[in-house]
Design a protein around this ligand. Structure first.
Ligand code: PGA
Length: 256
């Protein structure tokens, strides 16, 4: 009698469940200018496994118009109460936000300090969010070599994660070299992966936590695959290209 062997692993039918291997975060920054446009963009980029971070004014509307994507915020304050112009963790929580971008270089450039970043990360973890902590060196620092850039990033991580304790494992770090943001001049994938590996090693040494690291800075549909194929790069933080549905869809595809 002929025995038919069971199919090998690779021949077994795959489940059609879409599994997102890499995390793609859409940072819309201060775009678009109307709720109508925000809703249109949200519907066009509502993919599973992504986080969409609209401006505060559109979070609620976007939240009501997405089914697959998760909701993020671009900033948060560390307290509720008498803080004019700020948004508290509870307020974001009540809108269904799950991820909060913290310490973006565009905020650091207008005065956000490591001490403030640390308070925001702490408050976000206390509220049950996944903080997406942005770090990254200036062009001047990188000009002195990748070793100097690592020293700079190590310093940011150490100050921004001070006193956080075991919850550090919930933090997602986005490595965003400042000179690569919005310039059309991304880091090269090898250096970005080297930095991502360095960040993981540093956080593991200091806190015993294994964390996810994203790359951000001029990621687009054409180059995303080169970053997302790197083992140490767990996803991408996308600015400009997240406003272009076709380009963004290519990035999401590259992360699957
Ligand atoms: P970019 O922005 O993709 O437009 O370079 C990335 C970011 O600032 O998060």
């Amino acid at each position: 009698m002929i025995q038919i062997p069971p199919p090998r692993r690779s021949e077994r039918p795959r489940s059609n469940k879409v599994r997102m291997k890499k995390l793609i975060v859409a940072n819309w920054k201060s775009n678009p200018s109307t709720e109508e446009e925000a809703i249109r963009l949200a519907k066009q980029t509502d993919f599973s496994g992504i986080v969409v971070a609209p401006p505060f004014v559109f979070i609620e509307a976007v939240g009501k118009n997405i089914a697959k994507a998760k909701l993020g915020a671009q900033n948060v304050f560390w307290a509720a109460g008498a803080h004019t112009g700020e948004t508290s963790p509870e307020q974001l929580k009540n809108l269904g936000v799950s991820h909060v971008i913290i310490g973006h270089s565009e905020l650091r450039a207008v005065g956000e300090t490591d001490e403030m970043v640390n308070k925001k990360v702490t408050a976000s973890l206390d509220a049950g969010f996944k903080p997406i902590l942005c770090v990254g060196e200036s062009a001047a620092s990188r000009g002195l070599g990748i070793g100097k850039a690592k020293d700079f990033v190590r310093g940011q991580l150490s100050r921004d994660l001070t006193g956080i304790g075991p919850k550090v494992k919930e933090v997602i770090v986005a490595y965003e070299p400042i000179w690569a943001i919005g310039t059309g001049n991304p880091d090269n994938p090898e250096s970005a992966a080297e930095m991502a590996g360095f960040i993981k090693e540093t956080v593991f040494k200091e806190h015993g936590a294994r964390i996810m690291v994203l790359y951000g800075g001029s990621v687009n549909g054409g180059n995303a695959g080169m970053f997302l194929s790197k083992k140490d790069i767990d996803g991408a933080l996308v600015g400009g290209a997240s406003l272009k549905p076709e380009d963004f869809a290519k990035i999401v595809e590259a992360g699957r």
